[in-house]
Design a protein around this ligand. Structure first.
Ligand code: 3NM
Length: 233
């Protein structure tokens, strides 16, 4: 029994390390949902974001029926799969499994992380939102693979939570070993100062890409702004 348990533990440690390694490769994480695309079709916006250089797409829909969400998620799974881009679904563990997404992002009102992990098995990525150091430590303790940390700057997309600034990022990175995705009010103008924080290698955006008149160019502009940064630091 002990040999079996030890082997199982080793196996699950290796799976966790592999999941975190995948998240550490991300630089530009684009969140899309029909509320943010200014009436444009979500799949077209996702195509353009990928063409501009997004490496991970999150579908975040708060008011579609389950069937409509499923159909949309299937289309995005196809687009992201062809492009070799990771595909994350906000909140809906069931839909993520149904369409074969790469992971699920969970907030504090969603399923608890350990339950989601039990349902998802050890391959899918599990992201958690952290608005404070306390939430970040808690999410790490219960098995998140990466953390969305913010809001960094004031943003109309999340007006109810006070921004934590670059200080919040520094606090979290200094105490948590998980990959950190900075979020909230990030644009091509401020992305360099965000990524200049040691340990922060990825930014997530909603409006800077999904709401931009030229989505591909907006994503490409963010990627250009990151050029020459030392992500190994
Ligand atoms: N979550 P924009 S901030 C969806 O801090 C979301 O948890 C946040 O949108 C958090 O790029 C945020 O338009 C909105 O500022 C980010």
């Amino acid at each position: 029994f002990w040999a079996y348990a030890a082997e199982k533990k080793l196996y699950s440690l290796a799976a966790g390390e592999e999941r975190r390694r995948r998240c550490r490769r991300w630089r530009l994480y684009v969140i899309v949902g029909s509320e943010h695309t200014g009436g444009r079709e979500v799949p077209a916006v996702v195509q353009a974001a990928i063409a501009g250089g997004a490496e991970v797409i999150q579908l975040r829909e708060k008011s579609l029926s389950t069937r409509a969400l499923y159909h949309l998620a299937r289309q995005l799974r196809e687009i992201t799969g062809e492009a070799g881009v990771d595909f994350i679904i906000n909140d809906r563990v069931d839909v993520a499994l149904a369409v074969g997404a790469d992971g699920v992002h969970l907030g504090s009102e969603d399923l608890p992380l350990p339950e989601a992990r039990r349902i998802l098995g050890d391959k899918l990525l599990l992201g958690a939102t952290a608005h404070s150091l306390e939430e970040a430590l808690k999410a790490q303790a219960v098995g998140a693979d990466y953390l969305g940390v913010g809001p960094v700057f004031p943003t109309a997309t999340k007006p109810d939570i006070p921004p934590g600034g670059l200080k919040l990022l520094r606090e979290v990175v200094s105490r948590v070993s998980l990959p950190v995705v900075a979020i909230g009010g990030i644009t091509a103008e401020n992305v360099r100062e965000v990524l200049a924080q040691p340990g922060v290698k990825c930014v997530a955006v909603v409006s800077a890409v999904a709401a931009a008149p030229d989505v591909k160019e907006a994503a490409a502009r963010l990627k250009r702004a990151m050029e020459g940064m030392d992500f190994d630091a």
